[in-house]
Design a protein around this ligand. Structure first.
Ligand SMILES: NC(=O)c1ccc[n+]([C@@H]2O[C@H](COP(=O)([O-])OP(=O)(O)OC[C@H]3O[C@@H](n4cnc5c(N)ncnc54)[C@H](OP(=O)(O)O)[C@@H]3O)[C@@H](O)[C@H]2O)c1
Length: 340
């Protein structure tokens, strides 16, 4: 099979120096595993962090990719719940453990250390495989797992979103953020966004957001205060950095802030007086349990949620796909396509 193999890490702009497309053996499956023929795989910022060496315990050489959709090509002798040819997607977490509130120490994500979905075939334990809801195609199904799960848990488990909430989703062009936008809208909340691009703000508004501000504007905080009527009940943030203290200023009493990422690094400051006086609830969130995944699929099916697909690249053009993510050019999910 052909696979995109990461051989070395580095903060280079030319991703073809780090990865090579190679012919490698199709993985052999055990009794409890299935072999999936991948039609589409989607990128996550995690793939970029790993390629750049900004991730712990990197194993090389490795096939990255946490998200994939395709068909069951082969199955182990203990697998009774799937037939060859079933259309499936993958729950990309292993070893969550028994506590719903947080993952085990040996928690893993598909696509490092285990070989992932940036290949024509991937092997996965059958308990992590789901037939996908009726409506999406393969490209759309491949967009859901990691980002959709993260957005779902952040909004519904951590922030306990209500339909009366005003929600702020930061960096709306991102993969997780684009799912948070869609899920919050379907749940009936009012959504406000930030982005570094006015075009992306306009796109979010065309999807259903109330309005948004460009975080590059020095006045972004005041602009957001005006637009939200000084009422923000929930913040879903994946970037952190110098903006974080501004979210605390903007929050209403009793607001919930959920951090699922820190693309810009640590928050510059945290005014604890505001945190306790406003009785804020600050949570972290990482992906989700298999029940969260099931609930997300049920929610997307019931509400006919369509992921926002930014662009689909033939897998051989993966360096362009990585460049697009590195330069924050995308709105939604970047998808790779393998031969059907
Ligand atoms: N905890 C978890 O389980 C989990 C799961 C998934 C992702 N993550 C982390 O979450 C982050 C986003 O992941 P992703 O896959 O969604 O990445 P992505 O698709 O590459 O999106 C990143 C987005 O960050 C936004 N951004 C850049 N500067 C910003 C700023 N100053 N303020 C607000 N947003 C800013 C950009 O939004 P605009 O284009 O709109 O400007 C960009 O599109 C990454 O750090 C990732 O590692 C964590």
């Amino acid at each position: 099979m052909q696979a995109i193999i990461l051989h070395q890490t580095g903060n280079k702009t030319n991703y073809s120096d780090l990865f090579r497309i190679e012919d490698v053996p199709v993985p052999e499956i055990s009794a409890d595993e299935v072999l999936i023929k991948i039609f589409n795989a989607s990128l996550n910022h995690r793939d970029l962090w790993i390629a750049e060496g900004a991730y712990s315990k990197i194993r090389l050489s490795v096939i990255l990719g946490s998200d994939g959709a395709g068909i069951i090509h082969d199955k182990g002798k203990n697998v009774n719940n799937f037939s060859i040819g079933d259309k499936v997607m993958i729950y990309p977490c292993s070893n969550w453990g028994s506590n719903e509130n947080f993952q085990n120490r040996n928690f893993e994500i598909l696509g490092m250390p285990a070989d992932g979905t940036f290949a024509e075939y991937v092997k996965v334990r059958s308990s992590a495989v789901f037939k996908f809801p009726e409506h999406p195609g393969f490209a759309q199904a491949s967009a859901f797992p990691l980002a959709g799960l993260t957005a779902y848990r952040s909004l519904f488990v951590k922030a306990e979103l209500k339909n009366t909430d005003n929600v702020l989703i930061t960096g709306v062009g991102g993969g997780v953020a684009s799912f948070a936008l869609m899920f919050a809208l379907r749940a009936g909340a009012k959504v406000f966004v930030t982005s570094g691009s006015d075009d992306k703000i306009n796109k979010a508004v065309s999807i259903g957001a109330e309005s948004g501000v460009n975080y590059r504007s020095p006045e972004w905080q005041n602009e957001l205060k005006d637009k939200t009527g000084n009422k923000i009940d929930v913040v879903i943030d994946g970037s952190g950095g110098e903006y974080y203290s501004g979210y605390i200023d903007l929050c209403s009493y009793g607001a919930r802030i959920v951090s699922y990422g820190a693309t810009l690094g640590a928050a510059d400051e945290l005014d604890l007086h505001k945190v306790y006086w406003k009785q804020l609830k600050i949570s972290g969130s990482t992906m989700g349990t298999v029940s969260d995944f099931r609930n997300m699929l049920e929610f997307t099916d019931t509400n006919k949620c369509e992921p926002v697909i930014d662009k689909v690249f033939p897998f051989k053009d993966f360096p362009e796909a990585f460049d697009r993510m590195k330069d924050s050019e995308q709105f939604g999910k970047i998808v790779l396509e393998f031969a059907k």
